[in-house]
Design a protein around this ligand. Structure first.
Ligand code: PMP
Length: 391
């Protein structure tokens, strides 16, 4: 961020900043402990393996999983969702079976299921959202039927900021023997995730959206499902016995972690969890809400601004998308940049949602607890400046 005097960074839904503490942990690994895990016969290799496996335990506690072996390290949410799609769903779907996603999904939680549908002869069904951006629960209830094998939904929308309570959906899915997959990419920096309370089957999230490094993420899965799930990558680390013609694999989670893992990334993820725990979700949620309240009250007061989804701050978990009458979203983002405000403009990897909202692109402001009211006001000044320029 050094090319700006002060950058009001309101693009946290893309990726969050990394605190010094996390950088220090990664730095320490590279400077002092750069060895591999799981195979060294010397003390340092054992120490780093313990640290690496310690993060697995930390992630389990963080999301209230009851066993650290339910935690698979991946390269991010996209990787985690692909693993479930190709490692689990593909081998469980017969022609005419169904999978359900919603219209607001990020492409990461849509395209893998499209591919599985094409390969298996199964069907992908899409639930709509209502005017406020909430999932159409009635439609979803009707859609879940004995053919349903997978329901996969975002916990928080990366465009509308709406939150979906997974508990009742998990119950309905389980009644007919389907699994519920949760894309928690936009939830994890803003609210606690309790996999046992939600009783969901798989959960995916990324380190870089929760104050950690890029290139690392998590897939949580219930033990019996991870046992049934096939690896999608093969090689070293994940095997048990290998002959020239065949191989057997380690139990989960190691069977999913072929090759040298992102050790620095995993250690950084552990540091990011410490960082979040140090601040605490109650405090994070309180600040997020104050920021969104200010943003929504300002935007609601501007007649030329269209807010997507609900007009209420309560329905936006740290994300608000909007357009300004007569000005393209990209132009708004460019002018905001000129006043030191970073937002994202475009389709936000959610083409079907853009079609549903009847727009090609939106401006998205997304906060983290590190932002200030002053930065929100800077955004509003930028919008007014854009309006003046384009008048
Ligand atoms: N799902 C949602 C809701 C997201 O917002 C994102 C990232 N924008 C992803 C999935 C994909 O995450 P990643 O790029 O870290 O794999």
């Amino acid at each position: 961020m050094t090319i700006y005097n002060h950058l009001a960074y309101l693009d946290n839904a893309s990726t969050t900043p990394v605190p010094q503490y996390v950088v220090d942990v990664i730095d320490h690994y590279y400077h002092c402990e750069k060895v591999n895990v799981h195979r060294g016969m010397y003390k340092l290799a054992n120490v780093v393996t313990q640290q690496y496996e310690g993060v697995r335990q930390k992630v389990a506690k963080f999301i209230n999983a009851d066993d650290k072996n339910q935690i698979v390290f991946t390269s991010g949410t996209t990787d985690s969702l692909n693993m479930v799609a190709f490692g689990y769903a593909l081998s469980h779907l017969q022609p005419d079976d169904e999978m359900i996603v919603s219209v607001l999904e990020h492409h990461s939680n849509l395209v893998p299921w499209q591919q599985v549908a094409a390969k298996s002869g199964g069907r992908l069904r899409i639930v709509k959202v209502d005017g406020k951006g909430h999932l159409d629960q009635k439609q979803l209830t009707k859609m879940i039927n004995r053919h349903t094998k997978v329901v996969s939904l975002a916990m928080v929308s990366n465009v509308l900021g709406t939150y979906t309570d997974m508990r009742p959906i998990a119950q309905k899915a389980h009644e007919i023997g389907a699994v519920l997959v949760v894309d928690a990419a936009q939830a994890v920096a803003h609210m606690p995730i309790d996999v046992q309370k939600m009783n969901v089957d798989f959960v995916a999230f990324s380190g870089h959206k929760m104050f950690g490094p890029t290139g690392v993420g998590v897939l949580y899965g219930k033990s019996e499902l991870l046992e049934e799930m096939n690896p999608v990558r093969f090689g070293g680390e994940m095997i048990d016995q290998v002959t020239s013609r065949s191989a057997t694999f380690q139990p989960a989670p190691l069977k999913f972690e072929a090759g040298t893992p992102n050790i620095a990334g995993v250690l950084g993820l552990g540091a990011a969890i410490d960082y979040i725990n140090g601040i605490g979700y109650p405090s994070i949620m309180g600040t997020d809400h104050l920021l969104v309240e200010r943003l929504m009250s300002e935007l609601n007061g501007l007649k030329f601004v269209t807010i997507y989804g609900s007009p209420s701050a309560d329905d936006h978990k740290a994300v608000v998308s909007f357009n300004v009458e007569g000005i393209h979203a990209h132009d708004i983002a460019t002018i905001l940049d000129s006043v030191g405000v970073a937002v994202r403009a475009g389709h936000h990897c959610a083409h079907p949602l853009m079609d549903f909202l009847r727009t090609e692109s939106v401006v998205r402001a997304s906060v983290s607890f590190q932002n200030t009211i002053k930065e929100i006001d800077q955004l509003v000044v930028g919008i007014q400046k854009a309006r003046e320029i384009f008048k």
